[in-house]
Design a protein around this ligand. Structure first.
Ligand code: 5AD
Ligand code: SF4
Length: 439
């Protein structure tokens, strides 16, 4: 048997990319590749890129520059660029970095094995199509190796919302849902490998609509079906748009024990004028009313959100409305960003807020969000919580797990307990984690 070839994958961006990278590794497994965690000595380097942050493409070009000496030392080294920068830049990548052998968009990566086999025979290949065939059908399953107890499972991709700041509808394409059967089969496969928590992924995951026995299924029905799998203990989903939170999904937060009490529900801003300019298609009051209904179904739910400050046209008064909304919701955790233009999106050509003003608003918003996060974490101190143990911690004898509310929790425990849900008493709160002891 020949030596396995080494594949180094560097993943940028969201959890959907983490999932896609896993699938690409298993697809290339059929070509004799095994994953390695350094680019040194690799036979193939694949960058799975993200386009959401500022200067994303430029960062990829400079990363590719770093691999030039590798290619000089080993002319057989294969270099690929996948993901959303690949989709957005296409041929341009080959023009600027001729050493790149293939460029593959997020909807075409099931064609990777074939593309890989043609490297050297044809010139650099670019595939940024949105093919009619389903990439998930084409990806081979790897051997039934044990896996970490918590796994991602993509159920939906793409976005039809066209928020004025966002590239996702252009790079990932229209909303598409995977079939119920495919998802259930993958969930069973994960559980057989030791997975006890599944995080259902989609750019607009709550817009999921599959069909089962000829009937339409929403995300809530899918979650209820997954909850019937005995060995599966925890279900989560991310990311959701407020306008797709239907009654059934809200109800599921109240009546489905395995659905965790945590919801990432980005609002982006608190001013109706800004929400309209962002094309979010809801007001602040509608969002707050939705939060009230979700809390009525599951009073202890932890909420998380995304915010953009300094969107074109945002005044100090508009920004104050964002702070007010945060004070009203009291997020357990949140992500906040300064607006930065993405070429090709509607907001990119508008008049921008001054950079110093953006920095100031971001600092004030983050101070408030951190205060709320600390208060929420402090409210856990002294309580006993179920924690799913996931991996060893930094210190010897320490393990890290997750609370139902998605807090990272560390405690002294044995590595044999990976995958177990233990009861732990919270001792104190740190910046982004809880310290606990097993009871
Ligand atoms: N500028 C700043 N933040 C952005 N996001 C998306 N596009 C931009 C942009 N152009 C943020 C949004 C989104 C999160 C994933 O990234 O808050 O919810
Ligand atoms: Fe982007 Fe999310 Fe808006 Fe879709 S809903 S355009 S993914 S921010």
């Amino acid at each position: 048997m020949s030596e396995p070839k080494k594949l180094f994958v560097k993943t940028y961006g969201c959890q959907m990319n983490v999932y896609d990278s896993e699938r690409m590794v298993s697809a290339l497994g059929g070509q004799g590749y095994v994953e390695t965690d350094t680019p040194e000595g690799a036979d193939m380097i694949l960058l799975n890129t993200c386009h959401i942050r500022e200067k994303a493409a430029e960062k990829i070009y400079s990363e590719l520059g770093r691999y030039k000496p590798f290619k000089a030392a080993n002319p057989d080294l294969k270099i690929g660029v996948a993901g959303c920068v690949a989709q957005a830049e296409g041929e341009e990548i080959i023009r600027r970095q001729p050493m790149v052998d293939l460029v593959v968009g997020p909807q075409a990566y099931h064609r990777l094995p074939e593309m890989e086999s043609k490297i050297g025979q044809v010139k650099a290949q670019v595939d940024t199509e949105f093919p009619a065939e389903d990439k998930f059908d084409h990806l081979p399953r790897g051997p039934k190796a044990r896996r970490a107890p918590s796994a991602f499972l993509t159920v939906q991709e793409g976005c039809d919302k066209f928020c004025a700041f966002c590239v996702v509808p252009y790079t990932r394409g229209a909303e598409v849902s995977r079939s119920v059967e495919q998802i259930l089969a993958e969930a069973h496969d994960l559980v057989e490998r030791g997975v006890v928590e599944i995080n259902l992924l989609g750019q607009n995951v709550n817009a999921y609509h599959g069909t089962h026995d000829g009937r339409e299924w929403g995300l809530a029905q899918l979650i209820r079906e997954l909850a019937k799998i005995d060995e599966l203990k925890r279900i989560r989903f991310t990311t959701s748009h407020p306008n797709d939170m239907d009654d059934d999904l809200i109800a599921a937060h109240g009546d489905c024990d395995k659905l965790m009490p945590y919801l990432h529900l980005p609002v982006q801003a608190g001013s109706d004028k800004v929400l309209k300019a962002m094309n979010r298609k809801h007001t602040a009051a509608e969002y707050l009313a939705l939060i009230e209904r979700i809390r009525a179904a599951r009073p202890d739910i932890a909420l998380s959100g995304d915010f953009i400050v300094g969107f074109p046209g945002e005044t100090e008064e508009d920004f104050q409305a964002t702070l007010d909304l945060c004070r009203e919701v009291r997020y357990g955790q949140a992500y906040s960003f300064k607006y930065s233009p993405r070429p090709g999106t509607p907001a990119a050509d508008r008049t921008h807020v001054d950079e110093a003003e953006k920095n100031d608003r971001l600092a004030r918003l983050q101070a408030l969000l951190s205060q709320h996060q600390a208060e929420f974490q402090n409210s856990m101190v002294g309580k006993t919580l179920p924690v799913l143990l996931e991996k060893p911690g930094r210190n010897p004898g320490q393990m890290i797990g997750k609370s139902e509310f998605l807090h990272a929790v560390h405690m002294d425990a044995s590595p044999d307990q990976v995958g177990k849900i233990v009861q732990a008493k919270v001792l104190w709160s740190e910046r982004n984690s809880l310290a606990a002891e097993l009871i």
